[in-house]
Design a protein around this ligand. Structure first.
Ligand SMILES: [Zn+2]
Length: 260
């Protein structure tokens, strides 16, 4: 899916709800990384504010994807669950040891979100957004978030407003960074096959930090407000309409058994 094909089929009309299991992995002493239930709940709130562009929330300026997330209430065996699992394992905390082979829930039915040290990154998904088919259904299909960039209010400024999860779930649903493969072509149809494969995000040459307005690709404003940049949580306000369509296409085409 190295191009975007927007169309009426992918307009955000029907509500799609994705069950989430959060695997909280802390060190062997159960100290570092021991995210509270309250912080997990705050993160789900942020995710829904951002994906639904809830009026009055920090993501209110974005486009409503009609995609929602909820902590799973039934586990893979059919038993009631809080949707939060906890482990104290230093190897797994260091993002090593292929923990997903032991603890993943059916990745075709649940978004498996892990918090640990994320090997020092803010977060990642272990596959190219262009090729979700390569990981879908495999135990390693997952979103990994550094616990220090998790929840609202999270532990470390400026990544304390829960936007790292919004960004990584954007990848999980097929979105590239806005600066992926450079400026690309600004106009349709070539903008669907170059750059970030999205036409309604401005051309963008490279990633940006902070919240300072600047320009790129010949004077075009950098989309510092887009969730698929790397700017501070505080300046991110939304997905674009075509990013929403690409995510809904990914959900229907590659993750068809995930949403309810
Ligand atoms: Zn990213």
């Amino acid at each position: 899916m190295d191009q975007t094909v927007p169309g009426p089929l992918w307009q955000p009309t029907t509500l799609r709800r994705i069950p989430v299991v959060v695997h909280v992995i802390s060190d062997a002493a159960c100290v570092n990384g021991n995210v509270t239930d309250a912080l997990v709940h705050s993160q789900l709130t942020v995710l829904n504010e951002d994906f639904r562009a809830v009026a009055g929330s920090p993501g209110g300026a974005g486009v409503d994807s009609k995609i929602e997330f909820f902590l799973a209430t039934v586990d893979p065996s059919g038993n009631p669950t809080t949707g939060i699992r906890r482990y104290c394992n230093t190897t797994w905390y260091q993002d090593q040891g292929s923990y997903w082979l032991t603890i993943a829930w059916d990745t075709t039915r649940y978004l498996n979100l892990y918090t640990n040290s994320a090997a020092g990154s803010r977060g990642y998904v272990p596959f190219l957004p262009a090729d979700p088919a390569g990981a879908v259904g495999q135990p390693q299909d997952r979103v990994v978030i550094n616990w220090q960039a998790f929840g609202r209010v999270g532990p470390v400024v400026p990544y304390h407003k829960g936007r790292t999860v919004t960004h990584e779930v954007g990848h999980y649903l097929g979105l590239f960074h806005t600066y992926y493969s450079g400026c690309g072509t600004a106009t349709a149809p070539a903008c669907y096959t170059t750059g970030d494969r999205i036409c309604d995000t401005p051309p963008n040459a490279t990633s940006h930090k902070g919240c300072t307005a600047s320009t790129s690709c010949g004077g075009v404003p950098v989309p510092i407000q887009n969730y698929m940049e790397l700017t501070d949580d505080a300046c991110m306000t939304g997905f674009s309409a075509e990013q929403v369509q690409r995510m809904r296409c990914t959900l229907a085409s590659f993750r068809s058994t995930l949403a309810q």
